[in-house]
Design a protein around this ligand. Structure first.
Ligand code: MIC
Ligand code: SF4
Length: 642
């Protein structure tokens, strides 16, 4: 039987496991990336492992999330990460050099290699044929130390693209269309391979827009073949020698095949507050818009920005709209400047922000009260923009420009003829903002610079054989890590200060949760399906751990979050019958006896001591996961402490 692209890369990197769907496989990791919001914690964890130099082929630390520096906290964290990187063999991408995923694609991505990153959009690398996974910081720290990365062997899905995108219909619309078809849960447990004749007309950055948003499907990752388009991109980046061809075998078997006809696709839009709440743009025409934001790791490539500049050229944006543009990297921004496109953008009335995540993670540029914001980003979760009652829609750069010019949601096809964009044969290569680590023989002398914002790692607790605790919070389906541990300009600077962060835990759902949880001592959370979807932030496990949460019982979990819970020593359990979710009420006292035997057999019985109801639970821990939980988390399991 033939293999898919992902199966081939997995096979080449397999350390243990037999590639049977649903079983655990351990993979060798070639490259890692971190960003600053998750990086401080990841490097503290790496330091705790006591390893002198990273053992990967390439590890890069990016500073792109927390760039506001509204106090000493971010600047201290940047300095800490820079000093750790220099000492331990990690490349350091300075603030201003760009968004991790965009820069990694441009400068470091290599087809056929494995990459894990402490950011959920690391699958952006699939656009260049990498097998790239988002992971919690601790898993990235382990991989930096040369340890394996464990995943549940996924199913294989194939999306076949036929035809060719028409003007004003883009890769972003393809991402939104697949979200409409599959939903935010539709990719769970699967790797999505993109193929078919339609991919021949998609450049690497367009492919990367699609693999980036595979994260919103809940997919383990997404990947494109490595072909002549890939070679062309690498050549333009001055690294054609990194090119290797990659394709699936003709007789590869897929668990599901989906066809999308690019010829008939139209501009799409995701409505508040979920990326899968997708409709046609023309169905919302006339909706007034207050703000438009163009950028993020989804849509900030040179191609995106040149299209935006060409559409804005000679025009002035609507007086009712505030337009922000954040190019994805210094490479993109300098090339826009050199060819004059930046002048067209500025002349239109747009506000140019630095090359960073910016408004995507609520770092400034929050919309006005109840404002309507159209964004080329990948997430529109409630409150994420920093304005609790804002209504955020996700669109392509073309649809974003149409709204900025007209002041209302407008089908971009109405903008007239799409100007012709010519992409340069060679990009501007300037790696001066990527600092190389110190040579190994000088590293030992180097001091790590720590600021006062770095606080103690929460105490972990071995999982006991008997668990008894109140149900302190009951939440619904599709709870995101933004619900559990919000980000944004006010909180993000405290990512290395768990006690401070804990005041905001679940703030979007219930502001009284932190106090109740603390008062309870030990506690249990109950969730619906796809609990913990969205970002990779391990803080969504570490902060509940700090507040005393010992177990989360849900209908189902998102992939990265369940790994983060286990790494933190919090037990994730599922209802055998999802309808039993309705039988539990917030405030009930719950107990499970025989936890250890249950972890082994995969079944436990939950007793609701308040109602007397018995509820069957299931879990599917591997031996390794069971031991981690019994030890009280991954660090304790490996004998380290922070
Ligand atoms: C996000 O888009 O939610 C983030 C911010 O990039 C997160 C990482 C984080 O919380 O720091 C992610 O996607 O993993
Ligand atoms: Fe940054 Fe937004 Fe991408 Fe997350 S989704 S990495 S916040 S640009």
């Amino acid at each position: 039987m033939g293999l898919t692209i992902a199966q081939k890369i997995i096979k080449e990197h397999l350390i243990s496991g037999d590639m049977t769907v649903g079983s655990e496989v351990a993979l060798r990791i070639d490259q890692t990336l971190t960003q600053d919001a998750t990086g401080t914690m990841a490097y503290l964890e790496f330091e705790a492992m006591g390893i002198d130099r990273v053992r990967t082929e390439r590890s890069v630390a990016y500073i792109d999330h927390n760039t506001l520096q509204s106090g000493f906290e971010n600047a201290d964290d940047h300095r800490y990460i820079q000093s750790v990187a220099k000492k331990h063999g990690i490349y350091f991408s300075r603030p201003g050099n760009g968004i991790c995923h965009q820069v990694h694609l441009e400068r470091f991505g290599i087809p056929g290699k494995t990459l894990i990153g402490s950011d959920s959009h690391t699958p952006t690398g699939g656009g260049i044929g990498m097998l790239a996974f988002g992971a919690g910081g601790l898993d990235v720290a382990v991989a930096m130390g040369g340890g394996a990365y464990y995943i549940t062997m996924p199913k294989m899905y194939k999306v076949n693209l036929t035809g060719r995108l028409r003007p004003f219909v883009t890769a972003k619309d393809v991402s939104l269309e697949i979200l409409r078809i599959l939903s935010v849960k539709g990719g769970v447990g699967a790797i999505i391979e993109w193929g078919g004749e339609g991919i021949a007309s998609l450049s690497v950055p367009e492919r990367a827009t699609i693999t980036n948003m595979g994260t919103e499907l809940g997919a383990t990752t997404s990947i494109f073949p490595s072909d002549e388009i890939t070679r062309q991109f690498l050549r333009a980046e001055g690294r054609e020698e990194d090119y290797v061809p990659l394709e699936s075998d003709a007789d590869a078997v897929y668990d599901r095949v989906i066809d999308i006809d690019l010829d008939t696709l139209v501009p799409m839009i995701a409505c508040p507050h979920s990326p899968d709440n997708v409709v046609r743009v023309d169905s919302l025409k006339g909706t007034k818009v207050n703000q438009v934001c163009i950028g993020s790791c989804t849509n900030s490539s040179l191609l995106d920005m040149l299209k935006v500049a060409a559409l804005l050229k000679g025009k002035i944006i609507s007086p009712d709209v505030s337009l922000s543009i954040s190019p994805g990297s210094k490479q993109v921004l300098t090339m826009l400047s050199e060819c004059g496109a930046l002048t067209d953008i500025l002349a239109s009335g747009a506000r140019v922000l630095e090359c960073a995540c910016g408004p995507c993670i609520g770092m400034g540029f929050s919309p006005n009260s109840a404002g309507v914001s159209l964004r080329t980003f990948n997430r529109n979760f409630e409150g994420r923009s920093g304005t609790a009652d804002a209504r955020v829609y996700l669109v392509s750069p073309e649809t974003a420009v149409a709204a900025a010019l007209t002041g209302e949601i407008t089908d971009p096809i109405l903008l007239g003829e799409m100007p012709k964009i010519t992409m340069p044969d060679a990009f501007r290569i300037d790696d001066s903002a990527v600092l190389a680590p110190a040579p190994a023989d000088e590293a030992a002398e180097l001091e790590i610079l720590r600021g006062p914002n770095i606080k103690k790692f929460p105490t972990t607790y071995p999982q006991e054989d008997c668990l008894k605790a109140p149900l302190v919070l009951k939440v619904g389906d599709n709870i995101t890590t933004d619900h559990i541990m919000p980000a944004g300009a006010k909180i993000l600077p405290y990512r290395s200060n768990i006690p401070f962060l804990s005041q905001y835990c679940f703030g979007v759902c219930d502001k009284t949760f932190p106090e109740r949880a603390k008062a309870a001592g030990q506690s249990i959370i109950v969730g619906g399906s796809n609990y913990g979807q969205g970002s990779s932030r391990e803080h969504a496990a570490l902060v509940p751990l700090y507040l005393g949460v010992r177990a989360v019982i849900a209908k189902s979990f998102a992939r990265i979050h369940i790994a983060n819970l286990i790494n933190a020593g919090i037990m994730p359990l599922c209802f055998e019958d999802p309808e039993d979710y309705d039988k539990l009420s917030q405030g009930d006292v719950l107990s499970v006896t025989g936890v250890w035997a249950g972890m082994e057999s995969g079944r436990m019985t939950l007793l609701d001591e308040t109602t007397g109801e018995s509820i069957p639970l299931v879990c599917a821990f591997t031996d390794r996961q069971r031991e981690i939980l019994k030890a009280g988390g991954l660090l304790a399991y490996t004998g380290q402490s922070l």
